[in-house]
Design a protein around this ligand. Structure first.
Ligand code: PGA
Length: 260
């Protein structure tokens, strides 16, 4: 299987932004264009807006995702949200191990792996975020960091026969929200490396797993990034809060789908 058989996926990560009014406005514009998009599109709003998004998106082809979930199925876990609750709101995807959660909530690779298994067991597709800090890149340890982050999750999923349910997002920490984007060549190198790590488990699964790029992706740089052979989509933060910018990126992915 080659890149052409991995359908491009564009995911909006709204982080902790929005209000009921801006959710309606943003999704009104995006939803109205959804039928013209030839790539897969998903939105990951804050938990409290999932219900509203589910209602507004119901007549569109746009999918819903969450930004995290509990590694436990239910019980006395104040403030947590379970995988089953997310499927109750028709979520298809869940972001896991975002660098902001690793940094501010102390999420380790092992917790991310447990969450990924919870997600898959409930029927959600986990989008596991990996990426190096600027210091790690400067000290030439990017590949070490990526292989560790991938291995801990892939070991658990491969043992349960669930590796094919994984989506990876390569998000260099230094590029997130900074306006600095990895060049297409730098990103491609990391994506190809991640695919080689997955090939250590199964060559065919490695070819089918989608690897998204995230980190200041914008309409201006999306074409160069998304044209790379191992970049199968984007995880968009800041630009996903602007309907025109988000749609422009989805248009780039749609155009690439058409030529593949
Ligand atoms: P950004 O965020 O596009 O604002 O850099 C991406 C992300 O953190 O998922």
């Amino acid at each position: 299987m080659g890149a052409g058989l991995r359908r491009k996926l564009i995911v909006g990560n709204w982080k902790m932004n929005g209000s009921r009014q801006t959710v309606r406005e943003l999704l009104g514009v995006i939803g109205a264009r959804s039928k013209a998009l030839g790539c897969e599109v998903a939105i990951c709003p804050p938990f409290v807006y999932l219900d509203l998004c589910d209602v507004v998106l119901s007549a569109t082809g746009i999918k819903l995702g969450a930004q995290d979930l509990s590694e436990h199925a239910n019980g006395a876990r104040t403030g947590d949200v379970s995988a089953a609750m997310l499927t109750d709101f028709r979520c298809r995807y869940v972001l896991l191990g975002h660098s902001e959660r690793r940094a501010s909530h102390g999420e380790c690779d092992e917790a991310v792996a447990r969450k990924a298994l919870q997600a898959i067991t409930a029927g959600l597709s986990p989008i596991v975020c990996v990426g190096e800090t600027w210091e790690e890149r400067q000290s030439d340890s990017t590949h070490d960091v990526l292989s560790r982050q991938i291995r801990v999750v892939a070991d658990v999923l491969a043992r349960s026969g669930q590796l094919m349910a994984l989506t990876v997002a390569y998000e260099p920490v230094w590029a997130i929200g900074s306006g600095v984007t990895a060049t297409a060549d730098v990103a491609q190198d990391a994506h190809a490396f991640i695919r080689r790590c997955l090939a250590g488990y199964s060559a065919s699964i490695a070819q089918s797993v989608r690897i998204l790029y995230g980190g200041s992706m914008k309409p201006e740089n999306a074409a160069a990034l998304l044209a790379m052979p191992d970049i199968d989509g984007g995880l968009i933060g800041g630009a996903s809060l602007n309907a025109q910018q988000f749609l422009s990126i989805a248009d780039v992915a749609t155009a690439l789908e058409a030529v593949q």
